[in-house]
Write a new protein. Structure first.
Length: 255
């Protein structure tokens, strides 16, 4: 059985004290594939070191996270493009719009999102979307960019059934993580109406730990708790959940 964590920030400073032990726990739990999103240029060196330490298991994305879109975002986008000239990545991510912390950079975020979608299309790559309090704004951009080249993952999906169906209509898989285990998470109430072929597993470690670790640091081994919740929702074995969601990740990332 192989489990895939399609979204995990393994280079986070929160793992600096025990990264090797944390990775061993994940690998021992059959989590063998880790897809790692970018945030901004300041994290690139740590990402590359992580890949060098775990070359058979770690697969990197490159992009500019919406919460790091500031006045210098064009410089950061230039850095992203420069990295693509130097090497290959498995996705453009994580990208999108976040209006939870600050709304004053919305127009910059929209521009950065569009430019990075177009970069992904030019490379034939998926996008990995970050959306927080911005479903309407995200869908507006996706509607403009909708075509056969648009595909990817709607990371940390927390919307309703209508938003889930709309995300899927744009060739997006739903990234399902710890929120599905929360009593007030709500997505567990309708997820079985979404075919499992549209679902991938994730942790978003070190954030959004699943029950029973809620409020503590998340790590990739905890994706098993997400998978176990999906066995309840879909009425399938853990082996089936692992196999299907890993195959779905292969459809997205082509590896």
């Amino acid at each position: 059985m192989i489990i895939t964590d399609t979204h995990t920030h393994l280079y986070s400073e929160q793992f600096d004290g025990d990264r090797q032990a944390m990775m061993k726990r994940a690998l021992d739990a059959n989590v063998k594939r880790f897809f790692v999103p970018a945030i901004d240029s300041t994290y690139a060196e740590a990402m590359y070191q992580l890949e060098a330490d775990y070359p058979e298991h770690v697969f990197l994305m490159m992009g500019l996270h919406p919460t790091h879109v500031k006045e210098n975002y064009l410089e950061e986008l230039a850095f992203v493009e420069e990295q693509f000239k130097k090497r290959d990545f498995y996705a453009v991510g994580e990208i999108g719009i976040d209006l939870y912390w600050d709304k004053k950079f919305l127009t910059y975020q929209q521009d950065a999102f569009k430019k990075q979608i177009q970069l992904a299309k030019s490379k034939g790559l998926p996008i990995v979307i970050h959306c927080r309090e911005a479903f309407d704004e995200i869908f507006e951009v996706l509607e403009d960019e909708k075509d056969d080249q648009l595909f990817g993952i709607f990371h940390c999906f927390t919307g309703n059934i209508e938003q889930a169906q709309r995300a899927v209509s744009y060739n997006m898989k739903l990234g399902i993580g710890g929120v599905v285990t929360f009593k007030n998470g709500k997505i567990d109430q309708f997820l079985n109406e979404i075919d499992l072929q549209h679902v991938v597993l994730e942790t978003d470690a070190p954030y959004l730990s699943p029950t029973p670790y809620r409020g503590k640091r998340n790590e990739s081994s905890y994706v098993i708790n997400v998978a176990n919740k999906l066995t309840e929702i879909y009425g399938k074995s853990i082996e089936e959940i692992a196999q299907i969601t890993t195959e779905n990740s292969k459809d997205v990332f082509s590896i």
